[in-house]
Design a protein around this ligand. Structure first.
Ligand code: AMP
Ligand code: MG
Length: 407
């Protein structure tokens, strides 16, 4: 058996990041920034008010209080989007809205709640003193023009997209999402609504693998099911490799398998067929077809899911330019008896992770067979049990998160 780390290292040694290209902001979520971004503009571009209130000269309202208000003439009103032109002279104030430019002469804003006079007053009573700069957002106080605003390698989250928009970077240069072609193989598979004939089963891996890959930010495409036909397999695999950044096949990687996919992949690609020291997902193949990495995932539905999560994801993330290659591993309290027997393999139990009493708990699902996809469907995590005797109820165990535990 091949140790898991060796198989993972083998995959990573043959996966390299795609070249960065400019993409629309709307397509950049989850992509890795190809280089650092320098802000061409300052944010905010000019000083503006952080409050609805009155722009004043702070030295004139020193000592103002409810008992001793300071009265100022209201000389103008500026809303967000208006250009402030009327200056604030001695004894004057400008009514100002949040986000409106600071009028010349004023150096602070008194919030409307600390004034008396009402919305159309021409004279306003100021009830508080204020220091210079209070409630004023200075130009460049979020981002200075010319400053590096995002570092190369940043995995772009929603707020990063907002930051890029705020400095007018419309087409950030990113490493695009890897395009993964997914192919199911096997003569027994039926993927339309025909009644099942003898020996036939419904194809279930493609919809799952495509969706799983997409949930990890991969641009997965469904390339259909191919039966055990040499020419059809060769054609489908070659086309997939030439149009995608990576290919995942399901089925035909187990020992003693008669599937032609093995024969054909061996002819076309430099494949390594492995028995990995994990359970499920022991059979796994990996190779390169015309420069394109090919993941040969096992056919058993749960195995193919686990295989993609544990061995596909690091390779795909490397292609995506990520430096955090694996799905997150965290500690959780075992909500179940997790005893096992030593067999030279690490076990990955499908589990439901949830928060309880401020701690993360992991409960294995009932039905841990590698064909029992219905039981595995509720799992959002894999409990990792190293080779050995397992764990007891209440022990801390390591879990691999397939999706964030929300509740
Ligand atoms: P294999 O890896 O091809 O030896 O397949 C292992 C098991 O998974 C067999 O029981 C297959 O029938 C089943 N299987 C293979 N591919 C699929 C698929 N795409 N959908 C559902 N079951 C599959
Ligand atoms: Mg098969």
């Amino acid at each position: 058996m091949v140790p898991f780390d060796e198989a993972r290292a083998h995959v990573l040694s043959q996966c390299s990041p795609r070249g960065p290209v400019p993409v629309a902001l709307a397509d950049a979520l989850g992509c890795v920034l190809g280089g650092s971004v320098v802000a061409p503009e300052a944010v905010p571009p000019w000083a503006n008010s952080a409050m609805d209130g009155f722009a004043v000269r702070s030295n004139e309202v020193a000592g103002a209080s409810d008992q001793v208000p300071v009265r100022l003439d209201v000389v103008d009103t500026v809303a967000a989007g208006a250009a402030a032109i009327t200056p604030v002279g001695p004894g004057q104030a400008v009514r100002i809205m949040t986000g409106a430019p600071m009028p010349p002469g004023a150096d602070a804003v008194i919030m409307v709640e600390r004034t008396r006079g009402g919305p159309s007053a021409t004279v306003i009573e100021i009830l508080d003193s204020v220091e210079a700069g209070r409630n004023v957002r200075l130009a460049g106080s979020d981002i200075e023009a010319g400053a590096q605003v995002l570092a190369g390698g940043t995995v772009l989250g929603p707020a990063h997209l907002g930051v890029l928009a705020s400095v007018n970077v419309r087409r950030p240069v990113v490493i695009p999402r890897p395009r993964l072609g997914v192919i199911s193989t096997g003569d027994e598979l039926v993927d339309d609504d025909r009644p099942l004939g003898p020996g036939q089963i419904r194809e279930s891996n493609r919809p799952m693998l495509v969706a799983l890959a997409r949930s990890f930010g991969v641009d997965a495409v469904d390339l259909g099911t191919v039966g055990d036909d040499r020419d059809a397999l060769a054609e489908a695999l070659s086309r997939a490799a030439s149009t995608c950044d990576a290919v995942a096949t399901s089925g035909g990687v187990s020992m003693g398998d008669f599937d032609l996919v093995k024969v054909v992949l061996d002819e076309l690609a430099d494949m390594r067929w492995m028995q990995i020291a994990i359970r499920p997902a022991k059979p796994f193949a990996f190779g390169v077809l015309g420069g394109t990495p090919v993941f040969g995932l096992p056919g058993n539905p749960v195995s193919s899911m686990v295989s993609l999560a544990l061995l596909g994801v690091p390779g795909l993330r490397r292609i995506a330019g990520r430096s955090d290659l694996d799905l997150p591993r965290v500690q959780a309290v075992a909500d179940g008896d997790l005893r096992r027997r030593p067999d030279g393999r690490a076990a990955y139990l499908r589990a439901v992770c949830s928060w309880n009493d401020g701690r993360l708990h992991a409960r294995p699902v009932t039905g841990q067979g590698s064909h029992q996809l219905a039981s595995a469907a509720d799992a959002n995590a894999l409990i990792e049990l190293p080779d050995g005797e397992g764990a007891a109820f209440g022990d801390h165990v390591t879990v691999v998160l397939l999706s964030p535990p929300l509740a």
